[in-house]
Design a binder for this molecule. Structure first.
Ligand SMILES: *Cc1c(COP(=O)(O)O)cnc(C)c1O
Length: 435
């Protein structure tokens, strides 16, 4: 039986099934809390992007934004699928290098890249650095001289639009810590500076307009603003871009309130828009790069918890508490993110009650889901929370000295541990004595 709203099944015993495996069995085998990914869904998402570009005959790079979930295993899957990746820190870059990710397909982001980060990127000849600010232009140029190396760069610009779930709003005066402002001429100034550096190969523009975007208008609008600027640069400097990078932010379904578009549709519309503008301006077709994070791993992942205590406040609310919380999923506490879940060991039963799911951290704000419809709940039941594949493990933390949960990949009925559960020795590993 298929489960409504999520890409998973329910078996004859009424247990939730992911990638052909019984989640109750996985919880027993690996313990809880446990992150489980169906790798076939990850591959499908990658292919939706990559194949659409191919079908349209457009040169493209689909760069997985690895901040959504970075580990050796996921980067190996991205490598298998032929994706590029984005990294935003030395730690993410280090992970990519350890995963033997092809360095020419690694792009480095960040609004305050350190000397160490830039040096590691330069030494390993990564594919591209996305320049964010004037300080970085000077710093990068100095480091390239010191290492006697060249580097491809994109310039990150802020088109001055913000996507707001279903509509974009123009903000005349863009207020963001990221990138160069187009409206006030800073982007153009950065462009002319980059053009003066021999070791820097300026490939084009980058923008990332937000996250959880459910329509294509915001991207179309961003493209329009980029091309307005490029038309100017063409007439003044005779410049045409080799690459245009439109970032990520393609929305996914967390709850029934979310209605995402098919991933291919974002690509279709982007390509259509770019083609329209270049034919108007008589530019050669640039490569199109995108940077999906959430839309590649988000829906492929679930988190399994064991339900422990319950608390009834008559006339107010019923709480159930799970063996994880804001330590394995920070998003509800950080930005009131909403999730859905089911009792994994009775996923076939109708909902008869409503409970609020609490984590076990010493914070009143440690609530995973408010007012979740469920069947009657018993302690020892397994709660499965959906769409936790992005920004779940990657934002996990050790608050209250909880150990980080394990991560399991499942595919074609096989399960494989890809990140071990932290031990308490891991947690005190860096503690030093003071006696
Ligand atoms: C976060 C981020 C992404 C990925 O965003 P998603 O919403 O996960 O797709 C891509 N590019 C940049 C520059 C980002 O900061």
């Amino acid at each position: 039986m298929k489960l409504a709203g999520h890409p998973f099944q329910v078996n004859k015993e009424g247990h939730l099934v992911i990638g052909g495996l019984d989640t109750v069995g996985l919880a027993k085998k690996y313990g809880t809390p446990l992150y489980v990914y169906d790798v076939s869904i990850i591959r499908e998402n990658c292919r939706a992007f990559v194949n659409t570009f191919k079908e349209l005959g457009v040169s493209a790079q689909v760069a997985y934004a690895s901040k959504a979930f970075s580990s050796i295993a996921i980067l190996q899957v991205m490598k298998q699928e032929g994706l590029s990746i984005d990294v935003v820190s030395e730690g993410e870059l280090y992970t990519a290098l350890k995963a033997d990710f092809p360095t020419e397909k690694i792009h480095l982001h960040g609004n305050n890249k350190s000397i160490d980060e830039l040096t590691l990127a330069i030494e390993n000849n990564i594919g591209c650095i996305v320049i964010d600010n004037f300080y970085e232009i000077e710093l990068l140029n100095r480091l390239l001289d010191e290492h006697d190396k060249n580097m491809n760069v994109l310039l990150r610009v802020t088109p001055g639009i913000q996507s707001k779930t279903h509509q974009y709003i123009m903000t005349g005066n863009e207020d963001s810590k990221f990138g160069f402002n187009l409206a006030n001429g800073q982007a153009e100034k950065a462009f002319t500076q980059l053009d003066n550096h021999d070791r820097i190969h300026f490939k084009g523009l980058h923008c990332h307009i937000g996250s959880q975007i459910f329509e294509t208008d915001s991207f179309t609008k961003a493209a329009e603003i980029l091309f307005d600027e490029l038309a100017k640069w063409h007439s003044v400097y005779n410049y045409t871009p080799e690459v245009l990078n439109f970032g990520g932010g393609f929305g996914i379904r967390y709850t029934k309130e979310d209605s995402p578009l098919p991933l291919a549709q974002y690509v279709d519309e982007l390509v259509l828009t770019v083609k329209k503008h270049i034919s108007h301006l008589q530019f050669p077709m640039p490569e199109i790069w995108i940077e999906p994070g959430r839309s590649i791993v988000g829906n492929a992942g679930i988190t399994l918890y064991t339900i422990g205590s319950t608390k009834e406040i008559p006339g107010v609310r019923n709480y159930i508490a799970v063996d994880g919380g804001m330590t394995d999923n920070l998003r509800p506490a950080l930005y009131q993110a909403k999730y859905e879940g089911v009792i994994a060991n009775r996923a076939d039963q109708p909902n008869t009650t409503e409970v609020s799911v609490a984590g076990k951290c010493c914070e009143s704000g440690d609530m995973l889901i408010w007012d979740l419809p469920l069947p009657e709940v018993n302690n020892g039941d397994i709660l499965a929370v959906f769409s936790t594949g992005a920004y779940g493990y990657s934002m996990a933390n050790n608050y209250n000295r909880f150990s980080k949960a394990a991560v399991v990949f499942v595919e074609n009925g096989q399960d494989k541990l890809i990140i071990k559960r932290e031990t308490y020795d891991d947690i005190i590993r860096n503690d030093l004595s003071y006696e």
